[in-house]
Ligand binder design. Structure first.
Ligand code: C2E
Ligand code: CA
Ligand code: CA
Length: 611
């Protein structure tokens, strides 16, 4: 990336400062000329400086942040020329005044020259070479002047002038170093020393801008299961791993002439050099990605731990200058998520088909925002039976019937609602509707023992959740109902949230709400997790139940049930579809059963009939 990237704006501001200096003091010199001299040189100086300042002002106006890096560089060169000319012209006043011996105008000359040098050293500090040439060209005539006076006193002044020049240059160098350092910090990742997100976005933007007939590839790389390493081995090991991963990426990128940056967390980006054809670019992108993957998958030895990690890589080919940088990044992101979906440890190139999947998602996202007000969301209830097949509870499941898209399953739209945050509104609506049903059934005296409601982690951890639950409980006087309310949660969020999660659960337990660990055995939930989180019930995921014929799986289910019994948790088996599955589970003393063997989820009225 261009070294001067944040110096453009700095220099842009300085143009106005020097013009203001001239506007402020210029007329003063004219007036002095009118009082003491012929005014010829003052006028000449004034006109010259006026012309140069006008050029400077045009440069000031011509700058905009949309310019390409090349255009900015050209602009900066012109600014340098402007600055040098501007300060050089001040020397005219110095030479004019120090050569007038009758009046004491040489004091004005000396003061002017010192002043110009100090101003130049301050204002031009960001331009290393410019500051050296300008300050030297201002201070040299001054030192020479003192020297030529040829008295012990003037020699001393010449010496002071040289010392002052040194000090000014030293101070300017410090400012320059500081600017460089702060620029470095603003553009680099502290942990890995790779460029950071800001660095990458600017690099990408400049590459997109100039990329009219060339092709470059953009990779988005996300490590697989990095979170698990972080959680189980600690953040220090996680950090070390990131450093090692970065250094492998850096050295491979060096051989290919690519740039690499860390966008944050375990997400990295690579931008390639330019290629002439899209075919060549794509070919190289795939070669590079595969080699990168294989290098990343080599064993890591960190803190005595032998670690292994893979990555999911999304590729986007940049060749369309009409698209914004962020859109290419989005394409790579879409491809990377597809790689994750396809089981991780892989490379996917963005294509328009992926794009239509995303567009469909966007459609759903848009429609979903109005689903509640359009009355398209309704609840259905799936019975939970005990070993005698008696319904003692139910799980509330959400249904969405969209006027355009038709019936959409919750496994499609719930993740979307979670990613947009709409789940908070949606979840609150579901909760209220479910509680209304609960009160109604209580009044009808249907004798239901428990009602389970799915709560998304994002909804649960939302800062307003406890308040909204307690308000609804008060509003519908849930304390008076004898049906137990259970919140089903699925662990999917980061473990940083565990203390917060425990806190919220304990708080809600004061309102007699019980908690159930949903989909147990899949994703992140683990047995050690069960000990930490104060849940009351565990739901064995339907994937285990459907594969009970596999002796290994059957043994696993037995183990889960044994441990749950030890932890005093009640157990619900979900997805029970066959008689033999129920028999197997009842032999193990499973408490409740839910599944198509007993009933699918049904409407409120139908559920009342079932009861
Ligand atoms: P889940 O919580 O695991 O819900 C159980 C899912 O299994 C339901 O799918 C249910 O219809 C299905 N199911 C029940 N018995 C059987 C069976 O015997 N065989 C098979 N193959 N499937 C069975 P559904 O209704 O499509 O819900 C899918 C997921 O969407 C739910 O999984 C839950 O994670 C989420 N979800 C549903 N309603 C809500 C809700 O109100 N809030 C939130 N946050 N998530 C919800
Ligand atoms: Ca559930
Ligand atoms: Ca479940």
């Amino acid at each position: 990336m261009n070294e001067n990237i944040n110096f453009y704006k700095f220099m842009h501001k300085q143009i106005l400062v020097v013009i203001a200096l001239f506007v402020g003091t210029g007329p003063g010199y004219l007036f002095m000329g009118y009082l003491y001299t012929s005014m010829v040189t003052e006028s000449l100086w004034f006109i010259l400086l006026l012309i140069v300042s006008m050029c400077g002002f045009r440069l000031y106006m011509s700058f905009n942040s949309e310019m390409t890096i090349d255009e900015k560089d050209l602009w900066l060169n012109k600014v340098r020329l402007f600055m040098f000319s501007y300060f050089s012209i001040w020397t005219i006043m110095f030479v004019t005044y120090v050569t007038l011996d009758d009046i004491n105008m040489h004091y004005v000359g000396i003061a002017t020259q010192f002043g110009s040098a100090v101003v130049a050293a301050t204002i031009l500090a960001s331009q290393k070479n410019l500051v050296i040439s300008t300050v030297t060209s201002l201070m040299f005539p001054l030192a020479l002047y003192f020297f030529l006076i040829d008295t012990p006193y003037s020699y001393l002044l010449a010496f002071f002038t040289i010392v002052l020049s040194g000090v000014l240059l030293y101070a300017a160098k410090n400012t320059h170093d500081y600017l460089l350092k702060s620029r470095y910090q603003a553009y680099h990742d502290h942990l890995t020393t790779l460029g950071n997100r800001r660095y990458f976005i600017e690099l990408l933007e400049s590459s997109v801008q100039k990329n009219y007939d060339k092709y470059t590839y953009l990779l988005l790389i996300d490590l697989d299961y990095f979170k698990t390493i972080n959680d189980t081995l600690g953040h220090d090991v996680g950090d070390e791993l990131l450093i090692e991963v970065s250094s492998r990426m850096k050295s491979l990128c060096r051989t290919y002439g690519n740039a690499v940056a860390r966008l944050g967390g375990d997400e990295f980006c690579v931008l390639s050099r330019e290629y002439n054809t899209d075919k060549e670019c794509l070919y190289e992108a795939e070669i590079f990605s595969k080699q990168l993957l294989s290098e990343l998958k080599q064993n890591y030895l960190i803190d005595g731990n032998n670690l292994y990690i893979s990555a999911s890589i999304g590729i986007s080919i940049i060749n369309n200058p009409k698209l914004k940088a962020s859109e290419f990044l989005k394409e790579a992101d879409i491809a990377m998520y597809e790689a994750k979906n396809k089981g991780r440890d892989g490379v996917i190139v963005f294509n328009s088909e992926l794009c239509s999947i995303i567009e469909a998602k966007l459609d759903i996202e848009l429609m979903l925002n109005h689903a509640i007000e359009r009355g398209e969301i309704f609840l259905s209830y799936q019975p939970q039976v005990n070993v005698q097949n008696k319904i003692i509870g139910c799980e509330v499941l959400i249904r969405w019937n969209n006027h355009k898209l038709g019936m959409i399953g919750p496994d499609v739209f719930i993740p979307i609602a979670e990613s947009t945050g709409y789940i908070v509104t949606l979840g609150e609506y579901i909760l209220e509707e479910a509680l209304k049903t609960l009160v109604d059934w209580h009044q009808k005296n249907l004798g239901l023992q428990q009602l389970s409601i799915n709560i998304s982690m994002r909804q649960l951890l939302h800062q307003g959740f406890i308040k909204s639950v307690t308000n609804l409980f008060k509003k519908y006087n849930i304390a008076a109902c004898d049906t137990k309310v259970i919140f089903e949660i699925t662990e999917s969020s980061t473990s940083d949230d565990i203390p917060k999660l425990i806190n919220i659960i304990n708080h809600l337990k004061e309102y007699n709400i019980s908690f159930s660990m949903d989909d147990f055995g899949t994703g992140y939930s683990s047995l050690s997790y069960l000990r930490e989180i104060p849940v009351d019930e565990l739901k064995i995921d339907k994937s285990f139940i459907s594969s009970l014929t596999d002796t290994h799986q059957a043994l696993l289910v037995k183990t889960i049930i044994d441990i749950s019994k030890n932890l005093n948790l009640s157990i619900v088996a979900e997805g029970v579809e066959e008689e033999y599955q129920k028999d197997f589970l009842s032999d193990l003393d499973c408490d409740l059963y839910q599944g198509f063997l007993f009933s699918k989820s049904v409407s409120k009225e139908e559920f009342e009939k079932l009861l």
